[in-house]
Design a protein around this ligand. Structure first.
Ligand SMILES: Cc1cc2nc3c(=O)[nH]c(=O)nc-3n(C[C@H](O)[C@H](O)[C@H](O)COP(=O)(O)OP(=O)(O)OC[C@H]3O[C@@H](n4cnc5c(N)ncnc54)[C@H](O)[C@@H]3O)c2cc1C
Length: 223
């Protein structure tokens, strides 16, 4: 899996804090942005997060190049609707030599690995044969969830905080959790203040909303 932050709002923390300050000031946004010191930015962003006044966070956007992930993952990712996506098309891109993602549990078992790899070969062969008979947009129906894909995804900071809350959680599947952790590392590089408290709720708020499905991490910490 490869994740790279391709583009982001210039000075995201200054932009967000100036937008937040604007709500309580008669000054213009450009004047507020000009006067905003790093200390003021930090204190505004802390306050926003504390108060749950999250809409100013929407003024900072982050665009990621995501490669080497499965179609199973991309299906989970695009459920996050407050975002923009572009994905490699299986209608237009030929997939007869498709790469695939092997889950760690499969990789760890020689028997599972053999079944899995063998099935991928069968699917490649079926796809190639189908492409000789039907358009590739129809042949692709035989392709697996494991098929490798790539995307560009853009989310604003508010949507990202929500994404990190649910997808950095141990209840999320390993692949999207790995993606979320890599995305979090990337945005923390350029905006440590906005993402200071990003992550699962057990880490950021000391609560777990998962009930019976909880991984038990919080409980074990208390024991
Ligand atoms: C551990 C885990 C297990 C899951 N299991 C399943 C499963 O078994 N089956 C399944 O179908 N999905 C499952 N999901 C996906 C989940 O239901 C969400 O679709 C996904 O996490 C995206 O979350 P979201 O809708 O909050 O995000 P976004 O679409 O990014 O929305 C962010 C927030 O905006 C608001 N919002 C967005 N759209 C609307 C709207 N139309 N109306 C009102 N408010 C809106 C909500 O407050 C929402 O939380 C699972 C997710 C996780 C993390």
């Amino acid at each position: 899996m490869h994740v790279q932050l391709l583009a982001w709002t210039d000075e995201p923390e200054r932009t967000v804090s100036a937008a937040a300050r604007l709500c309580y000031s008669s000054d213009s946004a450009s004047e507020l942005a000009r006067k905003m010191t790093p200390e003021k930015q930090a204190s505004f962003i802390e306050k926003l997060v504390d108060m749950g006044h999250q809409s100013p966070l929407e003024h900072a956007s982050f665009t990621f190049a995501i490669e080497g992930v499965s179609r199973a993952l991309s299906h989970q990712l695009v459920r996050h609707r407050i975002a923009s996506y572009s994905q490699k098309s299986q209608r237009y891109v030929e997939e007869s030599s498709f790469s695939y993602i092997t889950p760690p549990s499969v990789a760890a078992s020689p028997e599972a690995r053999q079944i899995f790899a063998g099935q991928m070969e069968h699917i490649r062969e079926a796809y190639r044969r189908l492409c000789e008979i039907v358009p590739k947009e129809d042949a692709r129906y035989v392709l697996p969830n494991a098929c490798e894909t790539k995307l560009v995804a853009t989310m604003n900071a508010r949507s990202l905080l929500h994404f990190f809350q649910v997808r950095c959680c141990r209840r999320a599947q390993w692949e999207i959790r790995q993606l979320a952790e890599l995305m979090l590392q990337e945005v923390r590089r350029v905006s440590p203040l906005l993402f200071k408290y990003a992550g699962p709720r057990c880490e950021t708020e000391g609560i777990c909303p998962e009930g019976e499905l909880s991984c038990g991490r919080l409980k074990n910490k208390d024991d």
